[in-house]
Design a protein around this ligand. Sequence first.
Ligand code: PLP
Length: 374
Amino acid sequence: MQASPDKPAVPPPVNTALAALPVYQPGRPIEEVARELGLPPDDILKLASNENPLGPSPKALAALQEALSRVNLYPDGNAFYLKQKLAAHLGVQPANLLLGNGSNELIELVGHAYMTHGVEVVVSEFCFAVYPLVTQLFGANLVTVPARHYAHDLGAMQRAITPRTRVVFVANPNNPTGTTVPAAELLRFARAVPPHVLLVVDEAYVEFLDSPPDLLSEVRTGALPNLLLLRTFSKIYGLAGLRLGYGIGVPELIALLEKARQPFNVNALAQAAALAALDDAEHVQRTRENNAQGLRFFEAAFARLGLEFLPSAANFILVRVGDGQRVFEAMQRQGVIVRPMGSYALGEWIRITIGTPPQNERCLRALQTALNQR
Ligand SMILES: *Cc1c(COP(=O)(O)O)cnc(C)c1O
């Protein structure tokens, strides 16, 4: 039958889990907002997706140029060179590493491997939106543990584990709150999670921490076969557009998860750029310094304006502005994209990614203008 405007096309009924699934709401793309406002894309400032405001490493850009002429070839499906280099960088073995099309893909692989009907997945209130989405997609039951002062309550999360629990997610630092759990507490928690439960510690922002918890040594010794660390080239390395994340775990766990991935899930350009980015410690260090300075700038400004905020250990900050959706829209009209938090049940807050000093100043001015329009 033909679809017509008054008679929408009806696809065959989908799996019930998918039918009930909400849609992930990403930060709004610059081009889309530029079109809406009738402004050139260069006039739009996006501080909504925790991207690196300094751009990619120049070394990564040069490697990309060089790799372009070979995109007629399939990538190395096992990413031999990247795994070698990353393993050396981390002090682990290549067999400890699983690469993904962004660490988001790795979260989905965890779903393929461990989530099904009847299984419980434990997360914290205010957790990264992708964990509940993947849990629901696979028809598993989400168990959300109330946060403590907006941060993970590891004691309560431990008590939420039952014989039916198969996965626990902890993001440290957490997105969107920017909170961390003390290193010693996280280590104690990791050792206390029972062997039938996969503990996923998402360390997407770990490079921004001054003294990160040392979970890698638990992987090195093989002490925790149920621990999977997730990291990414999207944040401090500035390669979000290329989609590359990695998991770290014991070889036996990695081998299981490998079975669930597509043979060429990490493209050749991403592999080339990441290899070069790992050589650019200076770019990472500059990013870290810019971020620390930007966090101090926003924290001082919010304190001055009497706005509640959560002290952040990551490259973004959550600030309480009243009606977050209204403030988000009012800032967007000024060409500044931040992230409204309604979908995280934090409707009074917005999340701002730390930019360069001029970007931070422009963002703050837009925020003040938005607040004054109240
Ligand atoms: C940004 C982010 C990721 C990384 O996503 P990629 O798919 O690697 O771009 C993973 N986890 C959290 C908590 C994040 O904020």
